[in-house]
Write a protein that binds this ligand. Structure first.
Ligand code: BG6
Length: 479
């Protein structure tokens, strides 16, 4: 393979709630994730009203990075990471979300982490909200249903931008802001927006109203950030699962095109600064009453993003004469017309493995937006086996990552896509978001902890550790 540019940001990605632990340490308040129990593949995580005594919450201790960050960062440095994408626990800074003054201990924790990263030459890439609103805002105001929460978020963003203005250049406002388009899974609206749909409500209408508030909050934060440091690069972050037509039947092609609007809606607003016409038509057609306040249009126009970050794990395929709603079956991708793609294999968790879909995505995004892109998540969740000597031969993971890096290199060197970097998900094993399991592992560093919270928390290098180190050292030439 050809080398990628010297400034290409090879890294790893994590999210505060999935690896930090210390859920109530240093003055941190509970977040929406702190009331989520463990689930499993096909078994949803339960959202409890408060933190129940005697219930196991996997994110509370996670992998205890809070107390082990020096040791973990030293391992990231040994791997040669150029950047680390992580997030700031909102309720570490504002425990309830409404305080006048931020929590100094929380701010200091991230100062310490960023200093440690920078000491090792690792650039922090920071998401402000990765599924972690303070629980109080969700319970008291219904999360982003309320405009009040826009102010709370913007204040949080401003405090972080100001405090870390000399340490962090790359920011993202909301992680996977679009995954709540799937209103069938309550987890997404809850973690994205602190919203629970009530009986009698139209979930899509509720989702679009909360989304409007988040898009306004994001745009306001971008404008504030730029005023604090004009060199900031502030991006959006979406989950991208491209939707293929099952066949060349024009009905399949048009259906896929229409379904792709679910994927494009958020980046269209973030990047262009206005609502796309297909969305306005949908609101009209469905009779959704989405309240826009005076001035919102201008806010959106003035807060467009510098780059588009996205996660890519899989693709999905739709067929026009299929309706899973009738059969009750939700196949691969969660759309009513999803079908299995006969050309693609899936992981143990049913996620389709499709490296070409990554090159396809990079091209479609770049053609549409013409701004830099950043692959801020990609990876392979799998069960790992620890051998007697402590080694872990995770060749399936290496194969997955290798094929995706080949695809992105082609997008850069052949197609000419402007790509800032690549941060594979869960560089160290962490708690799975959708299932709360530890056994769904993405890391190149193994953590001795199981689904029930047992284990020594010792860290071990997997085979992928040395492999990725050589990929980075050779700037992507030696795969
Ligand atoms: C993305 C999220 O949805 O996918 C991460 O941004 C998440 O937080 C990742 O962990 C992988 O999902 P899971 O459920 O396998 O952990």
């Amino acid at each position: 393979m050809t080398q990628l540019p010297a400034n290409f940001l090879w890294g790893g990605a994590l999210a505060a709630h999935q690896f930090e632990g210390g859920w109530n340490a240093g003055g941190k308040g509970p977040s929406v994730v702190d009331v989520m129990t463990a689930g499993a593949h096909g078994v949803p995580r339960r959202i409890t009203d408060t933190v129940e005594e005697g219930t196991f919450y996997p994110n509370h201790e996670a992998i205890d990075f809070y107390h082990r960050y020096k040791e973990d960062i030293a391992l990231f440095a040994e791997m040669g990471l150029k950047c680390l994408r992580t997030s700031i626990g909102w309720s570490r800074i504002f425990p309830q979300g409404i305080e006048e003054t931020p929590n100094e201990e929380g701010l200091q924790f991230y100062d310490d982490v960023f200093d440690e990263l920078l000491k090792h030459g690792i650039e922090p890439v920071i998401t402000l909200s990765h599924f972690e609103m303070p629980l109080y805002l969700a319970r008291e105001y219904g999360g982003f249903r309320s405009r009040k929460v826009i102010d709370c978020f913007v204040r949080f963003a401003e405090v972080c931008f100001d405090r870390y203005k000399d340490k962090v250049k790359y920011w993202m406002t909301f992680n996977e802001i679009n995954n709540k388009m799937d209103v069938n899974n309550p987890l997404f609206l809850w973690t994205n927006s602190g919203v629970m749909v009530q009986e009698g409500e139209n979930p899509k209408e509720v989702m679009y109203q909360a989304s409007h508030h988040e898009l306004v909050a994001s745009a306001l934060a971008v404008a504030k950030g730029k005023a604090i440091n004009p060199d900031f690069q502030i991006g959006a972050m979406v989950s991208h699962v491209p939707i293929y037509p099952y066949s060349s039947n024009p009905e399949d092609v048009m259906l896929a095109e229409e379904e792709m609007r679910q994927r494009y809606f958020f980046p269209d607003v973030h990047v262009r600064g206005y609502y796309p016409s297909y969305a306005l038509k949908e609101f009209e057609r469905e009779g959704y009453n989405i309240v826009f306040e005076e001035g919102d249009d201008e806010i959106l126009r003035n807060g467009t993003v510098d780059y588009l970050g996205f996660s890519y794990y899989m693709s999905t395929t739709v067929k026009s004469d299929v309706n899973n709603d009738n059969t009750g079956d939700i196949v691969n991708g969660g759309l009513p017309n999803s079908v299995a793609n006969p050309y693609i294999q899936s992981s143990d968790w049913g996620w389709a493995i499709d490296p070409t879909g990554l090159r396809y995505t990079l091209n479609r995004f770049y053609d549409r937006y013409q701004i830099p892109l950043f692959i801020v998540e990609n990876g392979f969740g799998a069960i790992d086996t620890v051998e007697e000597d402590g080694s872990i031969h995770d060749h399936a993971r290496i194969e997955y990552l290798k094929s995706h890096i080949e695809a992105l290199e082609k997008a850069v060197t052949y197609d000419g896509v402007d790509l800032l970097g690549y941060t594979p998900w869960g560089i160290i094993d962490i708690v799975s978001f959708t299932t709360g399991e530890m056994k769904k592992r993405y890391g190149m560093i193994y953590v001795d902890r199981d689904n029930e919270g047992n284990g020594s928390m010792e860290r071990y290098k997997k085979d992928s550790f040395e492999w990725y180190k050589q990929v980075i050292a050779s700037r992507g030439e030696q795969l």
